[in-house]
Each structure stands twice: as C-alpha cells, then as structure tokens.
Design a binder for this molecule. Structure first.
Ligand code: NAP
Length: 309
C-alpha cells in the first residue's frame, strides 16, 4: 500500500498544551513534520522558530497547515491570517472567544476551499465512541456531569483563564460538554445556571448547570488531590458511567472498556486533521460552546472569595 508523505505543519503558541501534547503527538505521527513554530517566547528544539505569524507565512509557503494552540482570545487573528494566506487551520478548544468568530472563520475556510478543524480533544478519549454506541438506541432518564479539577495544576499562573474570554471553569467544563453533546442520542438545551465568580476575577471558578431532559452538571476548579472527570447517564437498561475524562467506560459499576490514560487524544486529533486535509473537508461543531454561551447568558451570578495563583 502506498503511504502518503508527511505534511508540513506549523505549531503556533508554544505554551503548556503545545509542549505537553501537541509536540509529542506531531513527532509521533507519520502524517506530519513540525516544520516551524510561531511563538513570542517559546520554541521547539529542532524546528525553525518565528516570533510573528506574518513572518512565518511569508517565509514558508511550503507549510500548508497551521495548528493554533494559543488561548482563545488571541486565536481569531492568527486563524484568519492563516486562512487568508491559503493555509488549512486546526483550532485548540474552545475554538475561539465567541461563536460569531468561529462562524466567520468557518465561512472564510469554506469560501477558500480550506480545511478548518475545531478540535475537541476529549471527544477522542478512549471510551467516548463506545459510550456513544451503547447509548445510541436507549432512553435517557437522567444524566449528571461532575468535572472538578485544580486550576493551579492545569493552568499554573495563567491569568488569561480569569480574563474576559478566558471562560474560567468552562475551559475544562467545555471538555465535558464536548463529550455530552457527542454521546447523548438527543440534543439538550440549558435551562438554568449558577456561576460562582471570585470577587477579584472576571470569569467563574465554579458553575452548576441544568439542562432539558433531566441533565445536570457541576463544574469546579477548586478541587485539590485526586481530580474528578465523570459523566453518569441513567437509562432503563442500566447506568453508564464515563470516568477519567471519557477514557474509562463502566456499565452498572463494572469497567467494560477504555484505558486510564489521556495520551491517545492528541494523536487522534492529528490523525483526524490529516484525513480532513487530504479529503479537503472540515469539521466545526459548536454545540459545546453554545451551552457555555447560554450559561453565560442565563446564569445567576454568585461571588466568592478572591482567587490568587
Ligand atoms: P498557555 O500556556 O497560557 O498559552 C499558550 C501560548 O500561547 C503561550 O505560551 C504564549 O506563547 C501564547 N500566547 C498567550 N497569550 C497570547 C497572546 N495574547 N497573544 C499571542 N500569543 C499568546 O495556555 P495553554 O494551557 O497551553 O492553553 C492554550 C489552549 O489550549 C487553551 O485554549 C486551552 O483551553 C487549551 N488546552 C489547555 C490544556 C491544559 O492542560 N493547559 C489542556 C487542553 C487544552 P508566547 O508567549 O511564546 O507567544
């Protein structure tokens, strides 16, 4: 069988997630060569580095794909510049700071015949596809998400998560919502929310959400010690539980599928991006972000003690 040659990719925003996940996933993939990085301060040994997007796009017409691992607020300008320059674009989650930004990028990519992939890494967790298959023909009587983690561990010193557009606890919570919207056999919509803001911050540190169809969610960024990333779905045929961020599937309390590791998610995203580019298609599903926007629209605000890293 003929193997397709690797494609040249540039990685933009060399910070925590780029180093933890994107660089190893690209290095381990037969589909990609890390041909350049763009970052004001960061770089990756062995790859030519640029400090501005404009310089990289001008100097490297051979790079056909750009992966953006920046925080959501600055991401739009970088994505637009890449699409304007005729490059395919892969977006970290959440895909942008606002829904309208992503609609604009989606339209631009379609107009230019380029791939735009709004990634949701948690959808690539080991047990998400089996959970979706198990739920496909079932009646859902109740579902609950518990997503509690330690912001200091996952976003050390990253003040942008508490600035407007940083989304606060929805930065991890949207991962849970990306799984929920993938596995449920019916759409749900938000009906109420309580958002808890530290008195010195612009985004919530905790959120309690209620949706139609008896679906609820509890997000909290103040959990130390073991982290909790669980989704439980009740059906007349049994209780499905996804644990470890979608990586382990239990039915009625018995583990049946998956692997307690997040390390398969980014390799799967880059394999998907390779398929999308080669087939000249794209993938933009904004359902998880619609729920976050609705929570911000409908949410009741509570204030709690100041948060400092
Ligand atoms: P980060 O380390 O704070 O930021 C990534 C890099 O983006 C920074 O190192 C910085 O590089 C660049 N950057 C930051 N602000 C910028 C600005 N205003 N303009 C231009 N460049 C800027 O954040 P991260 O944790 O990697 O998160 C980035 C994205 O990945 C977020 O959307 C997040 O939701 C997602 N993500 C994070 C995690 C995690 O565990 N942290 C997990 C999954 C997904 P330079 O200063 O060198 O330019």
């Amino acid at each position: 069988m003929q193997v397709a040659p690797p494609m040249q990719i540039a990685l933009v925003g060399i910070g925590k997630i780029a180093v933890d996940q994107h660089v190893p996933a690209i290095a381990g993939s037969p589909d990609w060569t890390l041909a350049a990085t763009v970052s004001r301060k960061g770089s990756v040994p062995g790859s030519p580095s640029f400090t501005t997007m404009e310089d990289m796009l001008a100097a490297r017409p051979d790079i056909s794909v750009v992966s953006l691992a920046l925080p959501p607020v600055p991401r739009f300008a970088y994505a637009k510049a890449a699409l304007d320059a005729g490059r395919h674009v892969m977006l970290e989650k959440p895909p942008g700071a606002t829904l309208a930004e992503i609609h604009a990028l989606h339209a631009l990519a379609a107009q230019k015949g380029l791939t735009l992939y709004a990634t949701w890494h948690s959808r690539m967790a080991h047990a998400v596809a089996p959970a979706k298959a198990w739920l496909a023909a079932k009646t859902i009587t109740r579902a609950h998400i518990t997503w509690r983690e330690d912001v200091r561990k996952w976003h050390p010193g990253q003040d942008w998560v508490f600035e407007p557009g940083g989304m606060g606890v929805f930065d991890p919570g949207i991962n849970a919502l990306s799984i929920l919207t993938e596995i449920l056999p019916m759409p749900v919509h938000l009906t109420a929310a309580t958002l808890t803001f530290p008195e010195n911050r612009q985004t919530p540190i905790a959120a309690a959400l209620a949706f139609s169809n008896n679906v609820t969610a509890d997000f909290d960024w103040r959990q130390t010690g073991p982290q909790t990333w669980d989704i439980e779905v009740e059906t007349p045929d049994g209780l499905l539980a996804l644990r470890m961020g979608g990586n382990v599937l239990e039915i009625d309390g018995t583990p049946v599928q998956g692997e307690n590791s997040i390390m398969g998610e980014y390799p799967a995203l880059y394999a998907r991006m390779a398929d999308l580019v080669r087939s000249r298609t794209g993938e933009v599903d904004l359902a998880p972000m619609v729920h976050v926007a609705d929570a911000m629209t409908l949410g009741r605000r509570e204030v709690t003690e100041a948060f400092h890293f």
